[in-house]
Design a protein around this ligand. Structure first.
Ligand SMILES: C[S@@+](CC[C@H](N)C(=O)[O-])C[C@H]1O[C@@H](n2cnc3c(N)ncnc32)[C@H](O)[C@@H]1O
Length: 189
């Protein structure tokens, strides 16, 4: 409970400082559970989380993943990365302080062949068009054929874009979050 409160305080302070966090508060448990539902934890060898923040979704990934699965979690904000590294010192869990713009290079440095799941909280509606296009192409290049890309959104702003670029397996709405959100679970077309 104390840790949840501290995470909320840290998140809100980063929002107020003008950092590109994309939200005022960490995701709710309800949203986090919808985000991890589409991951096949029994078979996944590599899971990549994009924009873990203070770890609201990370926790539910780590709770479910096997000890032999690698989690690579990429986050721009140094304060969030510092906290995540303290919270999860396990050898198979890696927090990288960098922008997802460098995702291919990061995966190459980890010697990743294929990614089984991208779990993304990135505020893609705030990203420039070229950045989303490159990120999409990088994710498709690195995603296994049966792998999934899971992304939540606070609005329908990027719905058409997601549907045009991915095969959407499932759309799931949660109102138990600030703000209410839609989770897209996708595969390569
Ligand atoms: C809406 S928050 C989600 C945080 C957390 N996953 C949650 O659901 O509570 C988005 C996160 O993406 C991070 N982020 C934004 N742009 C990024 C980028 N280019 N590369 C890596 N992380 C980024 C932000 O710092 C922030 O932590």
């Amino acid at each position: 409970m104390k840790s949840t409160l501290n995470n909320c305080k840290l998140f809100f302070s980063q929002f107020l400082s003008g950092e590109r966090v994309g939200s005022v508060a960490p995701s709710s448990k309800s949203l986090a559970l919808k985000m991890v539902k589409g991951v096949n934890f029994e078979t996944a060898k590599v899971i990549v989380e994009l924009g873990p923040g203070t770890g609201a979704i990370t926790k539910y990934i780590i709770d479910r993943m096997r000890p032999e699965t690698q989690l690579i979690s990429i986050e721009l904000n140094d304060k969030f990365v510092k906290k995540l590294k303290e919270d999860y010192p396990q050898e198979n869990i890696h927090f990288v302080e960098d922008s997802v713009e460098n995702i291919s290079q990061i995966l190459e440095e980890f010697g990743v062949d294929k990614v089984d799941a991208f779990v993304s909280s990135l505020p893609i509606s705030l990203f420039p068009k070229e950045m989303i296009e490159k990120l999409t192409s990088d994710m498709k290049e690195n995603l296994a054929d049966e792998g999934v890309y899971i992304q939540y959104q606070y609005s329908l702003h990027k719905r058409k874009w997601i549907e045009a670029n991915w095969k959407v397996l499932r759309k799931s709405i949660t109102v138990v979050n600030i703000p209410p959100s839609i989770v897209y679970t996708c595969q390569k077309p």
